[in-house]
Design a binder for this molecule. Structure first.
Ligand SMILES: [Zn+2]
Ligand SMILES: [Zn+2]
Length: 322
């Protein structure tokens, strides 16, 4: 039987944090003490994280967040898993919870209308609708909604620039979507600011759509930011849309290039994986930093010397200097 002792939580909350550095310390300590691992960003505009832990620890973590009135409305996307999905805990302060170059926009003031998965499913095939994927190339190449408009961007911070190419869609209904909903908060707010009139966003993103609407018409896999790399979404009419990086046959098998200095994430079929010894190109295959390919294309990061309390000691140092 499948072991589901662990959970993976994906969440964000736009809320003013007056004391982000201090809060970051507290939050970090809570994670260390409760064996929560993952990546969390704390900023003046809110928090954003993907974490993993034992079911009981994840429950404590969600209670911890909800108990804070600033984050009481936080929604968690919860997945079951058989182990931690991260090797470490990182809680960092950054100026934005998603790097967007759109710091002036506050989704709590104005953003696109939120659509629940079922509402999105009903609306997406209407005549006057454009489905807009606001994610980056490596994400939408692996999977996207059928008929979605994708953007040639390597990073979300390039989104605002690309919107100039979407002028002709200003009087359409624009439905944005992303992995867990966070990028859409800013992306749809930006579209409204640019004069788009009818803007909607998929609330909870692809992940929630998979859980609540069966993932219908999402083609391919959804790229995620933990050790799983990609997850299945569509239980209704799944399809493979990505191609093997080497031979071009349909494949949604994601590998990390065996050359550690490249480490590119590419789809690669089983056969090419062995043929190329897990490398994304002939160049990478010959690179002296190439790691041994074991058929998975996944390489455990070296965590020797990892200190979970790292980042917490700084405060003590400042005190002793004072
Ligand atoms: Zn291939
Ligand atoms: Zn490579």
């Amino acid at each position: 039987m499948e072991n589901t002792n662990y959970q993976i939580l994906l969440y964000y909350c736009y809320a003013k944090i007056e004391n982000p550095e201090e809060y970051r310390e507290q939050h970090h300590l809570f994670c260390v003490e409760n064996n929560i691992r993952g990546r969390i960003i704390i900023s003046d505009e809110g928090l954003n994280g993907t974490v993993s832990g034992l079911v009981e620890d994840c429950e404590k973590y969600m209670e911890y967040i909800h108990a804070d009135p600033r984050f009481a409305k936080t929604e968690f996307k919860i997945d079951s898993h058989d182990k931690h999905a991260f090797t470490k805990i990182h809680v960092r302060y950054k100026p934005e919870i998603v790097h967007s170059a759109l710091r002036h926009l506050d989704p709590n003031v104005r953003t696109g209308k939120h659509l629940d998965p079922e509402e999105f499913k009903k609306l997406k095939d209407q005549e006057d609708v454009v489905i807009l994927d606001v994610r980056s190339n490596y994400e939408h190449e692996l999977g996207r909604f059928k008929n979605a408009l994708t953007l040639d961007i390597d990073n979300f911070r390039d989104f605002p620039e690309k919107v100039k190419e979407l002028e002709h869609l200003k009087n359409k209904k624009v439905l944005t979507y992303c992995t867990g909903g966070i990028k859409c908060e800013k992306a749809s707010a930006f579209l409204l600011e640019q004069g788009f009139e009818d803007v909607y966003q998929l609330h909870g993103g692809i992940i929630k759509y998979g859980m609540e609407a069966g993932g219908e018409d999402f083609e391919g896999k959804c790229y995620v930011f933990d050790n799983r790399i990609a997850v299945d979404v569509n239980k209704v009419n799944p399809k493979v849309v990505s191609k093997c990086h080497v031979c071009g046959t349909p494949s949604d098998r994601m590998v990390n290039c065996a050359n550690s200095t490249c480490n590119a994430h590419v789809p690669m079929c089983e056969e090419c994986g062995w043929e190329m010894e897990g490398a994304c190109s002939t160049e990478c295959k010959e690179n002296p930093d190439k790691r041994t390919y074991d058929g998975t294309g996944y390489y455990q990061k070296n965590t020797n010397g990892y200190n979970p309390y790292k980042g917490l000691v700084r405060k003590g140092k400042e005190k002793s200097n004072a």
